[in-house]
Every structure is written in C-alpha cells, then in structure tokens.
Design a protein around this ligand. Structure first.
Ligand SMILES: *[C@@H]1O[C@H](CO)[C@@H](O)[C@H](O)[C@H]1NC(C)=O
Ligand SMILES: *[C@@H]1O[C@H](CO)[C@@H](O)[C@H](O)[C@H]1NC(C)=O
Ligand SMILES: *[C@@H]1O[C@H](CO)[C@@H](O)[C@H](O)[C@H]1NC(C)=O
Ligand SMILES: *[C@@H]1O[C@H](CO)[C@@H](O)[C@H](O)[C@H]1NC(C)=O
Length: 343
C-alpha cells in the first residue's frame, strides 16, 4: 500500500475528532425590551401571540390573569374578562373573519374555565375605537387546563396541551386535545405533563413537550413530535424530537412555550434556565439564546417584519412583574407568516 493511502484516512479521523471536540453550539444574547422598572405586566406573564400587523400580545396585563395586554409596539390593555375566575395562559390570533369592521380575532385558553374563548376585535367607523367581544370557541371540563394552544391555520384545527403538576408524574398528568373549527373537542392522547405545543409551517407536524417528576424532582424534559392527519386533525407516529438529557444534561429544566419560524426551526423555552434553544426541523441544536433572567415562559415572533422574537418571563428583580427580551431572527415566525399568507 502506498503511503498516501494510509495517511489520508488518518488525517480524516484526526479532522473528525478535532471538529467534534471543538464543535460548540452557537450562543447569542437576548436584548432586554421590557424590564421590571417599566413593566405593566405581572409575574404570570405567558401566552404570547402576534396579530397580522405584527403587534404582540401577552397575558397578565396589570397583574390580572383575566387580562391580555399588548406588549409591542407599546404596552396597553387589549382585553379583560370581568370574571376573575378566568385565567388566560394561552393566546393565538386566527385569520381575520369576514364581517363588518372586523380588525382581528384571537383564541384565548382559560385554565380555570377549561375552555377556549374567541375574541373578535371590531373598529367603530366613526370613533375609530376598538371593541373586543368574546364567546366560547370550545370547552370541556375534562381539559386539564389548557396550558398552551397551537393552531393549524389552514385547516382551522386547534391543539391544546395541559398539565397537572404533581410530585410523581404519571401518564394522564398531561393531555393533548383537538378542537375543530366547529368547537368539537377530542382528546388525542394522555402523557406525562405536557406544556409547549406548536405546529410546523407545512402543518404536517405537531410538537409537544413532555416532562416527568419523581418525588418532587424534575427528571425528564423532552419534545415529542407527531404526524398530523390534515383531513381529521388527528395525530400519529409519536417520536422523540429532542431529549435534553442527551442534548446537554438539562433535563431538570422545564420546557415551556414553543414556536416555529417560517423555515420550520423550532424555538423551545427553558423556563428557569434563562434560555431559548433553536432546533432545525431535523432536531439539530442550531443556537442557544441566553436571557439575563432565569424565567422564560413563552415567546412569539412579531414586529413590523415578523422577525423579532419576543420572549416573556417573570422578572428576576421583582417576581410580581413580567419581563420581555427580544432577539432578531433571519426569517419571520410561522404565525406571522401564516396570518400574512406567506405560507
Ligand atoms: C434581568 O435581570 C437583571 C437583574 O435583575 C435586570 O437588570 C435585567 O434588566 C433583566 N432583564 C430584563 C429583560 O428585565
Ligand atoms: C374576584 O371577584 C370577587 C367578586 O367581585 C371578589 O370578591 C374577589 O375578591 C375577587 N378575587 C380576586 C382574587 O381578585
Ligand atoms: C392531579 O393529580 C392529583 C394527584 O395525583 C389528583 O388527586 C388530581 O385528581 C389530579 N387532577 C386532575 C384534574 O386530574
Ligand atoms: C423523597 O424526597 C424526600 C424529601 O424531599 C426525601 O426525604 C425522601 O427520601 C425522598 N424519597 C425517595 C424515595 O427518594
């Protein structure tokens, strides 16, 4: 055998070892957008959503969990239920329904009411004032919560996650529900505690987080993925998309809200770990976005171009306040792109 035939494979092996041992996940820092000093939101800040124009909304406005506020471009009240037994934790905008003077519409998940409300925003032609009306979109006392919701915009299927946080998680402490556009509810599955939920831009894949506690300690955090049947909305072919025990040993840090961008990358919050992890559609970790604060409960892309990722969480400095960080992504979020018919 000629020397060069020996040397080349050897060089290849060294190259492979070297690149894998120095290969590090890219890390970016988030930028503070709303801090404890100027926040109008409470510590239960959650349920982040974007409308077609890129305005961003989130819950716990004025420290009231029955109130949803706009956080960008400026902080103001969007909608509040009079009943303080309403606890909004999830919000998503839907395509603007046809009808007179309708500006936008959203779905809002109510944890305590075990229901999803439809909010319709109308503009008074003369005064230009907006008025939000609410009605029940779907409800079922068997919903564990809902905790978060995801919408397959084209089919109108709405997916709900929920969790019962117990010291020892068992199957059934998490659930996945489907609401059709007509309000029919179907339980699609029971799991360990489920929380973050999202649909891929082609609406063929559903992502769902699942976590387990043992004796009061969190021991597992995974992202599951399923195939969506576009005719029925039902899911099949459950697979593990990401397992934080294998990725970086952070399985004790909870996954909270999840969102996809237009390219199908999945952004996963690590609540308590001050981090959002960006995955490629094939499950490769592309980037870790570091926040200055530990808590990050939810997130959504917004702004005029739909490319700014807004990440919300309880402020470190004052747990009664909600903080917001931003990060600039190269492409639009799925929700924004979908509402603007880019998908
Ligand atoms: C994160 O926490 C630090 C220290 O409490 C604070 O100075 C910073 O502004 C926080 N980030 C946000 C978005 O408020
Ligand atoms: C909720 O509203 C009821 C009736 O208005 C009031 O008595 C109660 O104190 C309120 N609870 C909270 C937590 O605000
Ligand atoms: C939550 O879990 C506790 C403890 O296992 C149980 O007693 C309770 O019924 C569960 N709640 C629901 C809504 O399933
Ligand atoms: C469960 O946790 C308690 C206190 O946190 C501890 O005393 C006990 O030994 C634990 N039990 C097991 C089986 O690990």
């Amino acid at each position: 055998m000629h020397y060069s035939n020996l040397i080349l494979p050897a060089i290849c092996i060294i190259f492979t070892l070297t690149t894998s041992s120095v290969a590090q996940t890219a890390v970016s820092a988030a930028k503070p957008f709303i801090t404890a000093a100027d926040s109008k939101f409470g510590g239960q800040i959650e349920g982040t959503a974007v409308d077609q124009a890129g305005n961003v909304f989130t819950v716990d406005f004025g420290k009231k969990t029955q109130a949803i506020g706009q956080l960008s471009p400026k902080q103001k009240l969007f909608f509040a239920e009079a009943n303080n037994q309403t606890f909004f934790n999830a919000v998503r905008f839907v395509p603007v329904p046809s009808g007179k003077n309708i500006k936008s519409a959203a779905l809002a998940g109510d944890v305590l009411g075990h229901r999803v409300l439809k909010l319709v925003v109308k503009v008074d032609k003369k005064t230009k004032k907006t008025k939000v009306s609410s009605s029940v979109f779907c409800e079922n006392k068997q919903f564990l919560q809902p905790n978060d919701l995801a919408i397959a915009v084209k089919s109108g299927f709405v997916y709900l996650s929920g969790q019962n946080f117990t010291a020892d998680t068992k199957i059934g402490d998490g659930d996945l529900w489907l609401c059709t556009s007509k309000g029919k509810t179907t339980r699609l599955g029971q799991f360990g505690r489920t929380n973050g939920i999202e649909v891929s831009p082609d609406e063929r894949t559903l992502y769902l987080s699942e976590a387990f506690n043992v004796n009061g300690t969190v021991i597992s955090n995974k992202v599951l993925k399923f195939d969506i049947n576009s005719a029925t909305g039902h899911v099949s072919n459950k697979q593990v998309f990401a397992d934080f025990e294998k990725i970086d040993g952070t399985q004790a840090t909870d996954i909270d809200g999840m969102r996809t961008d237009k390219d199908g990358n999945l952004f996963v919050t690590r609540n308590g770990g001050g981090q959002v992890v960006k995955f490629s559609p094939t499950g490769e970790v592309l980037l870790k976005i570091k926040l200055a604060n530990k808590s990050v409960s939810n997130l959504e892309f917004g702004g005029k171009d739909g490319k700014t990722l807004f990440m919300v969480g309880t402020c470190d400095a004052d747990a009664t306040k909600g903080c917001v960080d931003t990060f600039n992504n190269p492409v639009e979020g799925r929700a924004f792109a979908s509402l603007n018919k880019q998908l």
